[in-house]
Design a binder for this molecule. Structure first.
Ligand code: ADP
Ligand code: TYD
Length: 206
């Protein structure tokens, strides 16, 4: 049996990742594919518990270094319990965020912690997606969309517009440094148009 494909969605808060991950999941499911939809931080019981520590509360609740450790711990559990078992049984895995989020949020935008992020990734995760869709959106529009949800999970949105701009820059650099894996997607269109684009790129690539 062949190993499943590992697909991730990345971008700033409110860029439309969850919407697109869900639309792709529905599309592949309708096409009869064996597929699961998961998310980070979270995606396994233990990682969902760690998620609450990360996304709720004051922006200065954790230092950047502590965040890297918590996100990596959550990712390791997600990988062990959900992602790797699914890929091994031939299931396609779609994850709403993965390691690129730590590279950009903690490694670039939140402080210059990229070497800590990369070292921990190599030791504890050492897995990359087959393809990553990076949804690009104007940071201010995305911030408004994200905060309008009133999810109670706005610790990162509460870091403000400058932080969102640094994130957008970080994701743009990520695409440049991984041109084969990362596909830039214009998020300022109707959800269905974006989804068609993603389906076409996926069919061409995998
Ligand atoms: P993310 O997962 O990146 O934070 P979501 O998919 O949750 O983003 O979308 C954030 C908000 O924007 C939601 O209220 C969603 O309904 C809305 N939204 C998502 N995609 C679009 C789009 N292409 N155009 C307009 N609004 C959108
Ligand atoms: P998410 O639920 O995807 O938020 P949103 O739907 O607003 O995009 O992720 C929660 C927050 O955690 C989000 O602000 C991004 C942040 N985050 C990191 O800072 N580093 C990480 O490694 C991950 C996975 C998420």
């Amino acid at each position: 049996m062949s190993r499943g494909h590992f697909i991730t969605f990345e971008g700033i808060d409110g860029s439309g990742k969850s919407t697109q991950a869900r639309l792709l999941f529905d599309h592949l499911k309708q096409a009869g594919k064996d597929v699961i939809l998961t998310r980070e931080p979270g995606g396994s019981e233990g990682a969902e518990e760690i998620r609450r520590l990360l996304v709720e509360g004051n922006p200065d609740r954790w230092s950047g270094e502590t965040e890297v450790l918590l996100f990596t711990a959550a990712r390791r559990d997600h990988l062990e319990k959900t992602i790797l078992p699914a890929l091994d049984r031939g299931t396609t895995v779609i994850s709403d965020r993965f390691a690129d989020s730590t590279r950009v949020y903690q490694g670039a935008a939140r402080g210059n912690l990229r070497s800590l992020v990369d070292t921990l990734h190599d030791i504890a995760i050492a897995t990359e997606p087959d393809i990553t869709f990076v949804i690009e959106m104007d940071p201010i529009v995305a911030l408004k969309r994200g905060l309008a949800r009133q999810s109670g999970e706005d610790r990162f949105e509460d870091m403000g517009a400058d932080f969102q701009r640094r994130l957008a820059q970080g994701f743009s650099e990520l695409v440049q440094s991984h041109p084969d894996r990362c596909k830039r997607i214009d998020g300022a269109r109707a959800p269905e148009a974006i989804s068609k684009d993603i389906q076409a790129i996926l069919a061409d690539t995998l």
